[in-house]
Design a protein around this ligand. Structure first.
Ligand code: SAM
Length: 252
């Protein structure tokens, strides 16, 4: 199968509107620099972010402890570490795939004593065979890769039949993105390429590859108090408003 195209779907169907792109023409890979010293890589930030991702997973439902998990764009693998600690030693295989060598160094330190496998690679060309995993996580990663449809196609390819993909992605409809959009306008948005979908547009994209089973919007935590206050207020009026879009979908 050509991984860029799922069966029975033409590439013209892959055009999706309803997204805001920051740093649209940016082609430099920025993540080694971010993991090497940006506030994003600080231990407290990493801990809070991993806890938020773990909370999203629990809202979907916990992954069975005997099921294998591939975390694509795992960063410093703090989430995999949480998953590892929550399992017994006979649990399914946990694998983190990451393009940034700096992130992988952090991940190796974090997971030194555990059986989390860390793999250097690209989400658009996964170094795994077809039907390899029970679950694939795409947490905060799809929005940073311009070939997002290829990422979904690859996730689908490596999933076993009836396997599930769990996605969290930054929501275009959040006060944070209004701020990021303003920074981008003055050339000061520093996290490279970023595409922020609305919930509807992301669901439409994911539906081209998977059967969407569950979708919801998650607010941020009190570490971003202003964003939390504004998003919670607007979210009472518009149900698609909030920090993260969360989707669980099944390989069809
Ligand atoms: C916003 S971070 C999210 C990290 C982690 N999933 C988390 O939830 O904290 C995005 C990650 O995706 C990784 N990434 C970006 N493009 C990638 C690619 N083409 N293949 C693999 N990883 C990639 C970056 O290096 C970065 O670690």
């Amino acid at each position: 199968m050509n991984p860029a195209h799922p069966p029975n779907r033409s590439s013209s169907q892959l055009q999706i509107s309803g997204a805001i792109v920051l740093n649209a023409s940016h082609s430099t890979y920025v993540w080694d620099g971010i993991w090497g010293g940006d506030i994003y890589s600080l231990p407290l930030e990493r801990k809070q972010r991993a806890a938020k991702r773990a909370a999203a997973l629990q809202l979907f439902e916990n992954i069975g402890t005997h099921e294998s998990v591939l975390d694509i764009g795992c960063g410093s693998a703090d989430l995999l570490s949480i998953l590892f600690d929550s399992r017994d030693k006979n649990g399914g295989m946990l694998v983190g795939l990451e393009r940034s060598g700096t992130a992988l160094d952090l991940a190796a330190k974090r997971n030194g004593d555990s059986d989390v496998y860390l793999v250097s690679g690209d989400a658009t060309k996964l170094p795994f065979g077809d039907d390899s995993f029970d679950n694939v996580l795409l947490f905060g990663v799809m929005e940073h890769i311009s070939d997002s449809h290829v990422v979904l196609s690859e996730a689908r390819r490596v999933l076993r039949s009836s396997g599930r993909v769990f996605i969290t992605s930054s929501n275009a409809m959040s006060a944070l993105q209004l701020k990021n959009f303003a920074l981008d306008r003055v050339g000061r948005y520093r996290y490279g390429y970023q595409k922020n979908w609305t919930r509807k547009s992301l669901v439409r994209l994911v539906e081209q590859f998977f059967d969407v089973e569950e979708q919801f919007v998650l607010q941020c935590d009190a570490d971003m108090p202003l964003v939390l206050a504004i998003d919670s207020l607007i979210g009472k009026i518009f149900s698609g408003w909030g920090r993260y879009i969360c989707i669980r979908a099944k390989r069809c």
